[in-house]
Design a protein around this ligand. Structure first.
Ligand code: IPD
Ligand code: CA
Ligand code: CA
Length: 266
């Protein structure tokens, strides 16, 4: 039996520990390297945070499985799998910009059920568990009551890979023509939580990893946002779109028309 409130408490505490660590480390020099390309940063703080999170989770729940962006990979027997992004928005972190988050999500038997996202520079903690509503610094939250895509603020993100970016730029032209305005916050987890709390009307992105979106998807859905891939299936690395109910259908129609998930492209 996996109690979702217990899982959420573990996630929230691990995220709080790692988020506090990022703030403390910004006061001291940080080693920065790159991964897949010259703009894909990783810092020693990403690795330190992942280690703190893994230690906390396994200290409380040694039988759980873990996958983390910086290499954490544990198999488990409990049916619980954690998806950890120790710093989602490392570019923001490297430049000292707010918006990066610690993102910790959990699945039980393959279904995303718990999410904790902490954005330390904004002082925001977002939490949710399946069936329990979503909370922003402990208060219940809901998406905006927007109804018109032409005045909606939509966020997206961009891949590190140049070919994928070219396609994303093409889609973006069509999005910009149709929506009220655009934001590039710099963290998929923060984007999803901002849809949940009403700081954005919608968000979409192609090509994420499970650690980018698992926590944020639970939070956005529990807040009352609609969250899917572009064809009505659960969010996946292929595509994630989250939106306030009043603009969801129009946004999805727009993105399908622009072939934003690349399904109809060679
Ligand atoms: C990235 C951020 C960004 C999104 C990228 C992600 P990282 O994660 O979430 O907003 O556009 O697709 O890879 O590399 O900062 O952990
Ligand atoms: Ca990420
Ligand atoms: Ca990351």
């Amino acid at each position: 039996m996996n109690d979702l409130d217990e899982l959420l408490a573990t996630a929230a505490e691990a995220a709080r520990i790692a988020a506090a660590h990022t703030l403390e480390r910004l006061e001291r020099p940080i080693d920065i390297a790159t991964k897949s390309s010259a703009n894909d940063f990783v810092t020693q703080v990403d690795q330190e945070c992942e280690q703190l999170i893994v230690e906390h989770i396994l200290g409380e729940r040694p039988d759980d499985a873990i996958v983390g962006e910086e290499g954490a990979a544990h198999s488990g027997s409990s049916g619980v799998r954690w998806h950890i992004d120790p710093i989602d928005g490392t570019t923001n972190f490297v430049y000292g910009q707010p918006g990066y988050s610690v993102s910790i999500g959990a699945e039980v038997d393959g279904i995303a059920v718990v999410g904790a996202v902490v954005d330390p520079m904004h002082g925001d903690t977002f939490t949710a568990r399946r069936g329990g509503g979503a909370f922003w610094n402990g208060r219940s939250m809901t998406p905006r009551g927007s109804a018109d895509l032409a005045s909606a603020i939509i966020a997206t993100g961009f891949a590190y890979d140049a070919d994928r970016r070219r396609r994303q730029a093409t889609v973006l032209v069509g999005v910009l023509e149709a929506v009220g305005n655009l934001r590039r916050v710099g963290s998929a987890a923060t984007d999803l939580c901002w849809v949940a709390c009403g700081r954005l009307d919608g968000y979409y992105e192609v090509g994420l990893n499970s650690w980018d979106y698992t926590a944020g998807v639970v939070i956005a859905a529990e807040a009352g946002a609609r969250v899917h891939d572009l064809r009505g299936d659960p969010p996946s690395p292929t595509f994630v779109v989250a939106a306030a109910p009043g603009v969801h259908d129009a946004l999805v129609e727009l993105l399908v028309g622009l072939d934003a998930d690349g399904r109809n492209s060679p």
